[in-house]
Design a protein around this ligand. Structure first.
Ligand SMILES: O=P(O)(O)OC[C@H]1O[C@](O)(CO)[C@@H](O)[C@@H]1O
Length: 543
């Protein structure tokens, strides 16, 4: 007889409560923000006795730090920057009158520009295109993720413009997007979005888009808009080439919190989304999350539950599971917001801490047929956040009701979705896997703005709890610098390439970088695969 297999069951961190106790706990812990129709339920999180009391002084310190941030303190000390995304939806909060006016003027300009495009006052130069039909947004990271989330979550059939994105430097991906636009390029408004104005990926997208316009005999500048920091490289290009319009990006707004700055507002307004409601939702959530009573403050409760679940060290992952197709991109958006903000090597005192929380997820119930098996039964290294929406469609009550079961009572697809969420939550809880649920009464511009604001503040509060700077990203800079070195090596290799075949090793040595033979090999293989150089018997030569 073989030995019985060793048990790999993950330890159950708590004893599941019975139904009556859970019901009471749910009622006690629920945080409701009625003004935006959002509830946060943390009843399926099980912090140890004494957790709330122990954390309260630290949470009060986090509130104090947030108050200073909102007042205009240098909350990003490494970069010597203020952090002002909360002012964008409540301009009166900005520490100086001129900032208030700049924010108000910008919102006014964005709405005015969108109205002029919609009314055809601003139209494509080509006579055969009486109005702009499509919007091509070129940007990456914070200059893409927010706009993509908003466009997908709130887009409708009658959108004023159809939105497309180039968010990478993938030749094939760029071509595919441009080909999809096809002859509609003549009625496409292009947004080139980059806060720094020097990021290579959007620069490449812009160059490729320009080439496509040239091939189609179109004048790119007359259809292009720049969204960037004043005085940036991109700003200079747009100015010198006489682009249709330039919108400023404020220095005190970080990329990952820029969805309520011009980065997010320009595309949203052009698509026809109600940007005032979007900002209003965030403003209302900001008001709710300034509440110093922890138990009534949903951002504080979120941050505390992250701290509890991960031990304040990121030891568990955050699985974001929206049971809503329109919120598919929420987890990707939160991935940047949480991981770029919290994933830090050093704390604010310079200690090595390697902080962060890993975020992943797609949507329910789809993921139940993918990785939820592991969540329920496998390694217990996560906590889940369900996001549900009570109203199945924006036209609830007016849409035809389709009975999918044909039973005594009508049962809809939406009923199934709710059933699957509740079932999965229960199955996880009973097996010692914790979860929270954010419930929206309905999904619209206001509630989406509120969800984003909720997470922005939770991230800020959590960063205070673990003492890291949430507003810089030194690690990304390291990767960017390394990539630049690689491209320098590629140029050096191309310089040394002759009609005589040479090995990668020999070429690297000839380029003065003998220790880069492997990198040289990868670069040469890529060039050869794309027929830009030739390869013979494992060696490389000019094409
Ligand atoms: O808007 P930019 O300056 O092009 O930067 C895009 C993204 O790149 C990052 O700086 C990281 O590389 C993000 O923080 C930012 O959202």
């Amino acid at each position: 007889m073989p030995d019985a297999p060793a048990s790999h069951a993950a330890p159950t961190p708590y004893t599941p409560r019975d139904a009556a106790a859970l019901w009471k706990r749910y009622q006690n812990l629920l945080v409701r923000v009625a003004s935006v129709g959002l509830s946060l339920d943390v009843s399926r999180m099980e912090p140890a006795d004494g957790f709330w009391k122990r954390m309260e002084p630290r949470m009060q310190e986090a509130f104090a730090a947030m108050e200073k941030l909102e007042e205009g303190a240098i909350a990003n000390p490494d970069e010597g920057r203020r952090v002002g995304h909360y002012w964008l939806r409540d301009p009166g909060l900005a520490p100086e009158q001129e900032l208030t006016e700049a924010i108000e003027r910008t919102i006014h300009d964005v709405k005015g520009f969108a109205a002029s495009v919609h009314s055809k006052e601003i139209a494509p130069p080509d006579e055969k295109a009486p109005r702009f039909t499509d919007l091509l947004s070129i940007g990456i990271g914070g200059s893409a993720l927010g706009p993509q989330l908003v466009a997908d979550a709130l887009g409708v059939k009658r959108d004023k413009m159809k939105v497309h994105f180039i968010d990478n430097t993938d030749t094939d991906g760029i071509r595919r997007t441009l080909e999809n636009l096809g002859s509609r390029l003549k009625s496409t408004l292009v947004l080139v979005v980059s806060k720094s104005g020097g990021t290579p990926e959007p620069r490449n997208g812009m160059v490729e888009a320009k080439a496509a316009f040239r091939r189609a005999g179109l004048d790119f500048a007359k259809q292009a808009v720049a969204i960037t920091g004043e005085g940036s490289k991109l700003d200079g290009i747009a100015k010198s080439e006489g682009w249709l319009r330039r919108f400023p990006m404020f220095d005190w707004v970080g990329g990952r919190t820029s969805v309520m700055a011009t980065v997010g507002l320009v595309p949203a307004a052009l698509q026809g989304i109600d940007v005032d409601r979007f900002l209003l939702g965030a403003r209302k959530m900001d008001a709710a999350t300034r509440n110093p009573k922890t138990a009534k403050n949903p951002a504080a409760m979120l941050a505390l539950m992250w701290f509890h679940a991960t031990g304040g060290t990121g030891e568990k992952d955050m699985v974001v599971l929206p049971y809503k197709d329109r919120l598919l991109l929420l987890s990707r958006y939160l991935q940047q917001l949480v991981m770029e903000s919290l994933g830090k090597e050093l704390d604010l005192d310079g200690n090595v801490v390697h902080q962060g929380i890993a975020v992943y997820g797609n949507k329910g119930s789809t993921d139940q047929h993918a990785y939820v098996q592991q969540l329920r039964d496998g390694t217990n290294n996560f906590f889940a956040t369900f996001v549900t929406v009570l109203q199945d469609t924006p036209r609830a009550g007016r849409d035809p009701v389709i009975d999918v079961d044909g039973g005594e009572h009508v049962t809809t697809s939406g009923d199934y979705l709710t059933g699957f969420y509740l079932g999965t939550r229960k199955a996880l809880y009973e097996n010692g896997r914790e979860s929270m649920t954010i419930t929206l009464d309905k999904l619209d511009a206001q509630s989406l703005g509120a969800v984003i604001a909720l997470y922005e503040r939770a991230v800020g509060l959590y960063a205070s709890l673990v003492n890291v700077n949430a507003y810089h990203q030194p690690g990304v800079e390291a990767g960017k610098k390394a990539a630049a070195g690689v491209l320098d090596l590629q140029n050096a290799l191309l310089d040394r390439l002759t009609d005589k075949a040479q090995s990668a090793e020999a070429l690297a040595a000839a380029a003065g970088q003998p220790d880069q033979a492997e990198t040289a090999l990868h670069l040469l293989e890529h060039l050869a695969a794309n027929k830009r150089i030739a390869k013979r018997a494992g060696k490389y030569l000019k094409a």
